[in-house]
Design a protein around this ligand. Sequence first.
Ligand code: GAR
Length: 187
Amino acid sequence: MTRVAILASGNGSNAQALIDHFKEDAEIDITLVGSNRENAAVLEKASLSGVETLFFSKDQMHSGDLLSNLKSNNIDWILLSGFLLKIPSDLIESFEGKILNIHPSLLPKFGGKGMYGMNVHNAVFDSDETESGMTIHKVTENYDEGDIVFQVKVDISQCHTPEEIASKVLALEHHYYPRIAEAMIKS
Ligand code: GAR
């Protein structure tokens, strides 16, 4: 069984999509959902789905505590799902090539520090782009810079608000993230 930890900071709709997708999977287990925000809705969603949860501070993330916890849980892969902190080098080294992130734009466009959630969709809306999309990529120590594993585009020329763009992109994320993660983990 491959054991997967999800790290998320917010609402957790992608985490929920991952949990639901792998519920009956014989080879992949969503073992843990961790968050740097104690009150993040993702932790409640995970609990309700029967998945173990973990809150950790930024200090615990950088002191090696988070890595120890993941190791003691025999975690093999990490899926970032709306996780807003930079991943420390000890995690990157220990899970080389086995940390994926989802980003709500067509990277390298609209990526980098500060580019998360609605900030991304607001920036896309304020630009003259007629399409947006989502990117799944490997995680490095720099925001949104690892190798791109998968991208899919969506037409936003008829969108009148950033929220409309967000909703289109989120639907793509919920569909593709579990499937691409599964393909990567099983390959
Ligand atoms: C998702 O759209 C995800 O792509 C984005 O945050 C949202 C989290 O939503 N991630 C980033 O912006 C990372 N830079 P969710 O909590 O409902 O899954």
